[in-house]
Design a protein around this ligand. Structure first.
Ligand code: OFO
Length: 171
């Protein structure tokens, strides 16, 4: 496997792993703050990120490269509130999108068209995740801390989890 592409894929493996940990920390925070729907949503999101990491690990190894399993860093424990959680989540997704775009660039520069093809799945996934995070943030801004609104919001997020049951990506 092309060394530059392999390094970029390993960098992406690290980012997907840290996304999973980040959302896990948010899920745990939400659970401890009585936001059960939000915590379910974030636990599911954390699982999805782990599958994104696994899919990359398998791809690198199957293509003759060596996948590097990243170290686990401690994500933040405290959040100021739900808006803070979803703002951080959106910013994190924007950073991941930049990283995927960089990966796409490297594939093209190195003429690695099969990895380029593989990475397209991540390109669409990022679009969906960014759109969802923006929609959630817009709702939170509308609610503006109203208790009844927060209750409904938390219930809505629980429904999103049960409807979206996008089966985890096969690694
Ligand atoms: Fe892995 O999809 Fe977001 O970060």
């Amino acid at each position: 496997m092309n060394a530059r592409v392999e390094a970029a894929l390993n960098d992406q493996i690290q980012k997907e792993g840290s996304s999973s940990q980040f959302y896990l920390a948010m899920a745990s925070w939400a659970e401890n703050n009585g936001l059960n729907g939000t915590s379910k949503f974030l636990y599911t999101h954390s699982d999805e990120e782990r599958f994104h990491m696994l899919k990359l690990i398998k791809f690198v190894n199957e293509r003759g490269g060596k996948a590097l399993v990243p170290a686990i860093n401690q994500p933040p424990v405290e959040y100021k509130g739900l808006e803070d959680v979803f703002e951080q989540l959106l910013n994190h997704e924007l950073m991941v999108t930049d990283s995927i775009n960089n990966l796409v660039d490297i594939c093209l520069q190195e003429k690695d068209y099969s990895t380029h093809n593989f990475v397209q799945w991540y390109v669409s996934e990022q679009l969906e995740e960014e759109a969802l995070a923006r929609t959630i943030l817009d709702k939170l801004k509308l609610i503006d801390g109203d208790k009844g609104g927060m209750y409904m919001f938390d219930r809505d997020l629980e429904n999103i989890v049960s409807q979206s049951v996008t089966p985890p990506v096969k690694a």
